[in-house]
Design a protein. Structure first.
Lengths: 527, 317, 296
């Protein structure tokens, strides 16, 4: 009897599956409808994701595009296909073959083929004149791209590249239509045509960005009727006052207290460490800093244990120390090793005593130096004020000079500082991405200390081509230790990112960076 | 009158040209680097060659006289160059936002005038009395209280009672109620000062009228007589008041810079602050030019108005 | 009727001022109190304004007004009363210096223009008109954008110049019209005939006689300068951390605390209002007393 019932249920279920099309689709959207209003604190300078690092562009534009691969947000950094269906890598690591999903269409109706993927990646690694591709260097190991048929793309590399697979999942590498690129390589700077979950509707300068649901989205998990993004200055009042329901960059601790007080259960928070590392870069041209002991001493005055815990309460920095790589990530130095390096030890009093002795020996007692700060409150002012008080405890005399961002970046570029606040953002805890900044200044433009260190360069190149995880870890650990002991760039800590959402917004999974997961697949509104 | 008007309008042109040249020269000296900002502020690996290439592409490496020629030749056509940040035409960036600022300025002016007139008149008529002192203190408050602080307090007030008006300015013609809700708080915040200035000017103008010889004889006769005299003397009292309304309207445009930032309104005031922070030279140039030009034009209109009311002005200079 | 302010009348002493202009006297007292607090700040302020004390931060649950911190503490646990007192230093020094600079330069330009007359006067007039084509805030921000941050003896010189420049043409215009009526007087002709140098005539004979409008404008503009400095600092374009400034204490992120620590917002705003208020009271009364007919 039971078996009979079971089989009837089984038949009915099978029938339901067959007739309703793809049951999985409706399961991924518990509820549909509604417009999600969100806020962004900056103005996008362009619509072209290839040519910018700006989070403002990401927040407004990512919803319109797809990438070759993407991440499974619940199992980050596990990869899954976005427009790619299956893929494999040759054993020598020099050939990547992708099979694309069938039936994907751009918002203007054009079908997606391998030619589009090729055109996109050609544009990324070899931009035509007048087009800027800010991450060009990351694709330098690709020697050619082939399209044997309309659904297959083959990437040929000139040398093994440990980062390449993750690179395909970078949200900035939006797949453009070859037809649009051929029409005008700069077309995407001011126009939008993608395969993403939401279609571009309008951009009201300085004010709003509106999008509507794309009915033929190939994953089918775009649950909202549309989105509206607004330019905001502060998060608190707009969220409380119902002007927006979400903001993706993050809130500060005092802001959260206020939001909780005002909104109670109407607000929900999600937290994840953001992979932006705050550092202090010391200028290699400053006389006093040429002595390694002085640099180490400056590093040792900072109380990274108790001090960072307190700092984390007033701004969105993480409450614990870190090397250059995100703590607890695959390649990071284990804590026991990190805490042995000068500046990271637990006994701050001993550390400071030693530092003052080192300074005295080097003739740099009570050293005066300038610290260039950016005129933005969170977390720059907060970090700066905290660092000033830390250094004063060693008898040092730092002088804080604050400038608006455009002046600040110029000063940083030209070396018009003794010490400067600096930052190293990333979306993946991959050493190739994150260690780039610390190699010699003739190889990277983001080494503002402008030092040369061929040993570090060798170690970096070594890990970039090493695909065996354990071997790579060994090289990376060597790099971290050496660079941290050199103390040219002093890590402060990572960022504690907490986003505030109106509790209506559901289905969102926060990732390790505010530039990740901005397509809002699976996000729905619920009272 | 017509001759005077034409003369004044023609005189305006050299002033505007001089303004344009001054704006150009002054802004060449602005330190800061927008291309660095655009490309490196969020981190990531951008090479020095790429940065230089962008600068050249945007015309920042052109020699000074080339930049000047491009700038001056574009002006008569209304071409103010392109914004270094968005690469959209500056005139479009400004045009998209100027309506809001203008509406805000008009609303504040309207509020100011309808409140200041009774306030100023009462204060003058009852000079020395309790009412006068109270009004004087209120109006000095308007000149002393920072408008951004008042704005912050107003926002908190509105929040404690309910929701804030929606973002994304709604046109007056589409949804007047929402538009009013969006505009009234910033209008109060920036208009408080305006109201006070006009009220004070009206007060002192009326007092002056009242102290004229031909008035003094009537003063002893009491309040009713005063009112009658003031009605006749009002014309003389109005002139400096109207001048101040005109002058302060221009000051209002400056006050919008801070108010729009406080209330997050998408007007040219906020655009101005943004362009300074980002070092968007072309946009900054275009904005300063636009504001200066409106200033000059508004002053001209006020002067013409003044001249129409007071024939003596036309025959001076 | 002559425009020269009459100084001859009856003996006008400070006592007369106090009696006739009580509001102005109150303003004067408040200004003296502020100046005293600012000058003796290290002795008056209970804390160093830059002393960070995270435990006292409202973010960690502290910072309420108490015996230790009469007006509470800010986000970094810095004492607000001390920051207000040192902020008075910033406000008064920047306010006073920029108003002085602007008014003095403006007065000199105005009298020189009136003295020389003719072509010189015309050119200077045009230039003044040009400068007057910009709203004060706009002009100040543009000057801020141009000048690099220069700090001498703890004072932001670039902010002072930025605030002084918009005032100069206004003062120049008013002083010029006053000076014009003096320049035509016979005794100036006599001085010219006696061979006195132009600078001597300007500085010894004309300027002293425009002291009334000068003083009135000075007090008015100190108030406006304080307000302008607060606005610029609020926007992040004026004084920046860690210098204490009332405007800076109100800037953007501090309003995150409006529910948990309202004192952080109320007191600095009050400080600005009271300071500007006092200067305006004084200025109004000065004008009433010295020259009621003066149109600014």
């Amino acid at each position: 009897m039971l078996n009979f019932k079971k089989s009837i249920v089984g038949v009915l279920t099978l029938a339901a599956f067959t007739f309703s099309g793809n049951v999985a689709l409706s399961a991924s959207c518990p509820k549909t409808g509604g417009i999600m209003k969100f806020g962004v604190k900056a103005e996008p300078p362009t619509y072209d994701m290839h040519g910018t690092n700006s989070y403002a562009v990401m927040h407004f534009v990512a919803q319109h595009y797809s990438t070759l691969l993407t991440f499974d947000w619940n199992k980050f950094p596990k990869l899954e296909g976005d427009v790619a269906d299956t893929w494999n890598q040759s054993s020598d690591g020099l050939k990547y073959t992708f099979k694309l999903k069938k039936g994907i269409k751009f918002h203007d109706g054009t079908p997606l083929t391998s030619a589009d993927v090729k055109a996109t990646y050609d544009r990324l690694r070899n931009p035509p004149k007048g087009v800027i591709s800010v991450r060009k260097a990351l694709f330098s190991s690709i020697s050619s791209i082939e399209t044997p048929d309309a659904n297959t793309v083959v990437f040929n590399l000139s040398k093994p590249d440990a980062f390449m697979m993750d690179g395909f999942a970078s949200p900035f590498n939006a797949i453009y239509s070859a037809k649009d690129i051929n029409k005008d390589p700069k077309w995407h700077l001011k126009n939008v045509n993608g395969t993403g979950p939401y279609k571009f509707t309008s951009h009201s300068k300085g004010e709003s960005w509106k999008a509507s649901k794309y009915e033929d989205f190939h994953h089918g998990d775009n649950c909202l009727d549309g989105t509206e993004g607004y330019r905001i200055k502060k998060l608190g009042e707009p969220l409380i006052g119902g002007q927006i329901m979400a903001e993706w960059r993050g809130t500060s601790p005092p802001e959260r207290v206020m939001l909780k007080k005002e909104m109670g259960d109407d607000v929900s928070f999600q937290a994840k460490t953001l992979m932006t590392l705050w550092v202090v870069s010391l200028n290699s041209k400053t006389e006093a800093f040429k002595n390694k002991k002085v640099r180490q001493a400056i590093n040792m005055c900072i109380d990274r244990h108790a001090g960072l815990k307190k700092l984390a309460k007033i701004t969105f920095t993480a409450p614990r120390p870190s090397g250059y790589l995100l703590y607890n990530s695959t390649y990071a130095l284990p804590d026991e090793e990190l805490y042995k390096i000068p500046g990271f030890t637990k006994d701050i009093d001993a550390s400071r005593k030693k530092a003052m002795a080192m300074l005295k020996e080097a003739g740099a007692e009570g050293l005066e130096f300038t610290y260039s700060n950016r005129a933005v409150s969170h977390p720059y002012d907060h970090i700066a004020i905290w660092l000033m008080s830390e250094w004063k405890k060693c008898g040092l005399k730092p002088k804080m000079i604050t400038n608006p961002t455009s002046k600040f970046v110029k000063i940083r570029r030209e070396g018009g500082f003794d010490a400067t606040i600096d930052w190293a953002p990333s979306f993946l805890p991959d050493p190739t991405l994150m260690h780039f900044k610390y190699i010699s200044s003739d190889r990277t433009a983001s080494n503002y200390s402008k030092y040369i260190d061929r040993d570090l360069d060798k170690l970096f190149d070594g890990q970039a081509g090493e695909t065996d995880v354990e071997k790579r870890k060994a090289i990376v650990h060597q790099f971290e230790k050496k660079a941290l002991e050199n103390a040219w760039v002093l890590p402060v800590t990572y960022t504690d990112r907490v986003i505030a959402l109106n509790s209506k917004v559901k289905g969102y999974v926060i990732a390790n960076s505010h530039i990740l997961n901005n397509t809002w697949r699976g996000v729905y509104l619920d009272k | 009158m017509l001759k005077y008007a034409i003369k004044r309008i023609l005189l305006m042109i050299p002033t505007l040209i001089a303004v344009a040249i001054l704006v150009f020269l002054v802004l060449r000296v602005v330190p800061g680097d927008i291309v660095e900002l655009k490309l490196t502020a969020e981190g990531g690996e951008v090479s020095l060659e790429q940065i230089e290439a962008e600068k050249t592409r945007l015309g920042l490496n052109d020699p000074l006289h080339i930049q000047f020629i491009k700038y001056m030749s574009g002006l008569p056509r209304g071409d103010l160059g392109i914004s270094l940040w968005t690469e959209e035409p500056v005139s479009e960036e400004i045009f998209a936002r100027i309506g809001l600022s203008f509406e805000l300025a008009l609303l504040s002016t309207f509020l100011a005038v309808i409140i200041a007139f009774p306030l100023g008149t009462l204060s003058a008529l009852f000079r020395g009395s309790f009412i006068d002192y109270v009004i004087r203190i209120i109006t000095i408050g308007g000149i002393a209280v920072p408008s951004f602080w008042l704005g912050m307090l107003l926002i908190m007030l509105v929040l404690s009672f309910g929701n804030l008006p929606p973002l994304g300015t709604v046109s007056l013609f589409v949804d007047p109620l929402t538009n009013f809700n969006q505009m009234i708080w910033p209008a109060i915040s920036v208009g408080y000062r305006y109201t006070s200035v006009v009220s004070r000017m009206l007060r002192s103008s009326i007092l002056e009228v009242l102290s004229e010889d031909y008035i003094r004889t009537a003063r002893a006769k009491g309040l009713y007589e005063k009112i009658v005299i003031v009605k006749h003397g009002m014309r003389n009292a109005l002139l400096p008041t109207i001048t101040v309304i005109g002058l302060e309207f221009a000051f209002l445009l400056g006050g919008l810079v801070v108010t729009e930032s406080v209330f997050n309104l998408n007007g040219i005031g906020k655009l101005f602050v943004d362009s300074v922070v980002r070092n968007d030279l072309n946009l900054l140039q275009g904005l300063v030019l636009t504001v200066a030009t409106s200033f000059v034009v508004i002053n001209l209109i006020i002067d013409l108005f003044y001249a129409a009311l007071d024939p003596r002005i036309r025959y001076q200079s | 009727m002559s425009e020269i302010p009459l100084k001859i009348q009856k003996r006008r002493t400070i006592l007369d001022f106090i009696i006739q202009q009580p509001l102005g006297f109150i303003g004067l007292i408040m200004i003296i109190v502020m100046f005293t607090a600012a000058i003796f700040a290290p002795h008056v302020a209970p804390f160093n304004p830059e002393d960070v004390d995270f435990e006292a931060s409202p973010a960690l649950g502290g910072g309420q007004p108490s015996w230790e911190h009469p007006l509470g503490a800010d986000a970094f646990g810095r004492d607000i009363l001390s920051r207000l007192i040192y902020g008075a230093r910033t406000a008064l020094s920047i306010g006073f210096l920029s108003a002085m600079l602007g008014c003095t330069v403006g007065a000199i330009i105005g009298t020189t223009s009136a003295f020389y007359g003719g072509k010189v006067d015309l050119i200077i007039q045009r230039f003044i008109d040009l400068m007057l084509s910009f709203p004060i805030v706009v002009l100040a921000i543009v000057v801020i954008a141009i000048f690099p941050k220069t700090v001498i003896a703890g004072i932001d010189i670039n902010v002072i110049i930025a605030i002084a420049i918009p005032f100069t043409p206004k003062v120049a215009r008013v002083i010029r019209s006053q000076a014009l009526s003096i320049v035509t007087l016979p005794y100036i002709d006599a001085a010219k005939a006696s061979g006195y140098s132009p600078s001597r005539i300007i500085f010894r004979h004309i300027l002293p006689n425009v002291s009334a409008p000068y003083l009135i404008m000075l007090t008015a503009f100190i108030g406006q300068a304080i307000l302008l400095e607060a606005s610029l600092s609020y926007l992040g374009l004026g004084v920046v951390e860690p210098t204490p400034s009332w405007g800076l204490m109100l800037s953007g992120v501090n309003s995150d605390y409006y529910r948990t620590a309202a004192w952080m917002i109320i007191y600095p705003g009050l400080a600005v209002s009271i300071a500007v208020f006092s200067f305006n009271l004084l200025g109004d009364s000065l004008r009433d007393w010295l020259d009621p007919k003066l149109k600014l």
